[in-house]
Design a protein around this ligand. Structure first.
Ligand code: HPA
Ligand code: ZN
Length: 336
């Protein structure tokens, strides 16, 4: 194994952009479908994987929502989450901040409590068994209305202690952040952190809206900020983190080739970029594969890799003391 790849694999790191439903591997999808008596329109996990060819975000989302329909019982949500944490243990990931999409499940008649309890129990076990700390972020589906987002926020109130913040995902173009201004304000008033997908396919104006109207604490993706110099300057000055997802960007044709990925440019401009996997079961790689493939494609240096790992903790919602501890551990590891 090349030395830099070895270095990446052992490097302590955090993941800040991961949709739990997007970590549903075809094998587990089949297993859960079978035990729940659900028919899926594929004959094998290989056939499922062969169907994962996307030209844009919407083509992916259509398949992703269909895959999530096998999840019914609390144990299904537990297994989904725990399998992801096993992968993160193998990648030497120390902390995760993961998304879930309650509306994908409550709209099918699954109780909010079922989803939340399954996920939370697995996150607790991940901490106990693997030492991986975690925060949970509840996303609103932006193709649905703000009124529906409010209903979801109200459902979450009894479980507020288990949720660190809210996010905004699903079909970006045509559903600008402004559509969710009031529900984000209400979430903030409840003391929740707020993040939003912005500038993945949507224009820089959507990033401005996420900053000005939603007052986000972190930008998910954010690639298209690079089209606007003043916006880049503002994000740098505000010290906001971008949760960049290279293999996702490649799969969804946000970039044509990983060699053209803007990650290195982002770092050079002083943006606090991080590497994340987004929906690894659909985009062909977990955290270390995202680091390794991007390193090879862009010829990232050891120093840039260290910066990315440090950014993943600096951009997290951990306490300042915990951030310092994790960043020191990276320094100790890098000294060898
Ligand atoms: N973008 C928007 N919505 C999503 C994504 C994404 O990359 N993954 C899961 N939901
Ligand atoms: Zn995402």
């Amino acid at each position: 194994m090349p030395a830099l790849q070895n270095f990446i694999n052992g490097l302590p790191k955090a993941e800040l952009h991961l949709h739990l439903e997007g970590s549903l591997e075809p094998e587990l999808m089949f297993e859960i479908a079978k035990r729940n008596g659900i028919k899926i329109p594929f004959n094998s996990p290989e056939e499922v994987r062969a169907a994962y060819k996307f030209n844009n975000l919407q083509e992916f989302l259509d398949i992703y929502y269909q895959g999530a329909c096998v999840l019914i019982h609390e144990q299904d949500f537990y297994d989904l989450t725990f399998d992801y944490l096993k992968k993160m243990k193998a990648d030497n990931c120390k902390h995760v901040e993961v998304f879930f999409d309650p509306q994908t499940h409550t709209d099918r008649g699954i109780a909010f409590e079922t989803v939340l309890n399954g996920i939370s129990r697995a996150l607790d076990d991940g901490k106990k068994q693997f030492g991986i700390s975690s925060f949970l972020i509840m996303c609103f589906l932006r193709h649905l209305s703000e009124e529906e987002a409010f209903k979801t926020l109200h459902m979450a109130i009894p479980y507020k202690s288990k949720i660190i913040g809210v996010g905004l995902d699903s079909s970006e173009v045509g559903h600008p952040p402004s559509k969710f201004k009031n529900v984000f304000k209400a979430a903030k008033e409840l003391g929740l952190k707020v993040v939003a997908h912005a500038g993945e396919e949507g224009p820089p104006e959507y990033i401005y809206e996420a900053l000005d109207l939603l007052e986000i604490d972190r930008i998910d993706h954010g690639n298209r900020c690079l089209e606007d110099t003043a916006l880049v300057e503002r994000i740098v000055n505000d010290g906001l983190t971008l949760t960049v997802c290279p293999l996702s960007n490649l799969s969804l044709c946000v970039v044509k080739d990983l060699k053209q990925h803007p990650l290195r440019t982002m770092l050079a401009k002083g943006l606090r970029a991080t590497i994340n996997s987004d929906d690894p079961a659909y985009f062909g790689g977990y955290l270390n594969k995202n680091y390794n493939e991007t390193q090879k494609a862009l010829n990232l240096t050891r120093e840039e890799i260290i910066t990315l790992a440090k950014n993943s903790f600096a951009g997290s919602f951990l306490s300042d003391a915990e951030k310092r501890k994790q960043i020191s551990a990276i320094e100790v590891y890098a000294r060898g």
